[in-house]
Ligand binder design. Structure first.
Ligand SMILES: CC(C)(COP(=O)(O)OP(=O)(O)OC[C@H]1O[C@@H](n2cnc3c(N)ncnc32)[C@H](O)[C@@H]1OP(=O)(O)O)[C@@H](O)C(=O)NCCC(=O)NCCS
Length: 220
């Protein structure tokens, strides 16, 4: 029988266990409770009571959004689309893969939709941002303000934020308003993705923009 050796931490012996000092979490986080606040726009998940406001926002803004955002089937009634959006948001937040929020004014008016999509953990800790403001509310600084609140949420440590390291935004080169929002928020242009997203039935080139947590912390 061998004499007793020094005690070895079981985690260091296992080929599958992460060393205890690794700082990034590999697990997806439940993002269900996250809320954001800009100066003008508050971000929160859509609730059942928002159905009417969602339907009228989407009905009035579909043509305005159509040249720049992926098409939704016109055959799906807007009330059904609201139900699906809520379910998608709830499942995505619980899984930690998506954070999909409504943008509201102080008086409770729904003015736009904001999201962190395709959240990836592990060594990336990244997401894709999206923003859209209702046609009746465009050009009043709400897209920029809501975008700022979204980035605060993206980069804040848990449990107040998603603790991401990088947020990307992909924008069609002709979308002057969205390019300007990205610029004002401090995104850097990184390149052009050819035939990247199908918009209005066409695989469209997108200008790729990105922002890291370090860059964001110097801007706040
Ligand atoms: C992009 C969008 C969210 C911007 O929201 P918004 O509330 O209208 O934007 P803001 O009022 O915050 O304006 C941001 C900047 O864009 C500029 N801008 C707004 N509309 C513009 C336009 N049509 N052309 C050029 N610049 C424009 C503003 O002047 C402002 O810049 P400034 O402060 O230097 O003057 C909104 O236009 C929108 O929903 N567009 C359709 C959907 C969309 O394109 N989503 C993004 C897909 S990548």
């Amino acid at each position: 029988m061998l004499p007793p050796g020094p005690r070895i931490d079981a985690r260091l012996r296992s080929p599958f266990a992460a060393p205890p000092e690794v700082p990034v979490h590999l697990e997806m986080s439940d993002l269900t409770g996250l809320r954001g606040a800009g100066t003008l726009v508050t971000l929160r998940p859509l609730a059942p009571s928002d159905e009417g406001a969602f339907v009228s926002l989407v009905a009035s803004s579909t043509d305005y959004w159509a040249p720049w955002t992926p098409a939704r089937s016109a055959r799906i009634p807007l009330r059904e689309r609201f139900r699906r959006e809520c379910m998608r948001a709830e499942l995505g937040a619980a899984a930690g893969s998506h954070l999909r929020l409504g943008g509201f004014l102080a008086d409770g008016t729904l003015v736009g939709l904001f999201a962190l999509n395709e959240i990836v953990r592990g060594a990336l800790q990244s997401a894709h941002a999206s923003w859209q403001i209702g046609v009746d509310w465009a050009g009043r600084g709400l897209g920029t303000d809501g975008g700022r609140a979204l980035l605060d949420l993206a980069f804040a440590p848990e449990p107040e934020g998603a603790a991401l390291h990088r947020v990307q935004a992909n924008i069609m080169p002709a979308n002057a308003a969205s390019l300007r929002v990205a610029e004002k928020l401090g995104f850097r242009q990184e390149g052009l993705a050819r035939a990247y997203i199908r918009i209005a039935g066409v695989w469209s080139d997108h200008s790729m923009w990105a922002l890291t947590a370090e860059e964001w912390s110097t801007r706040r």
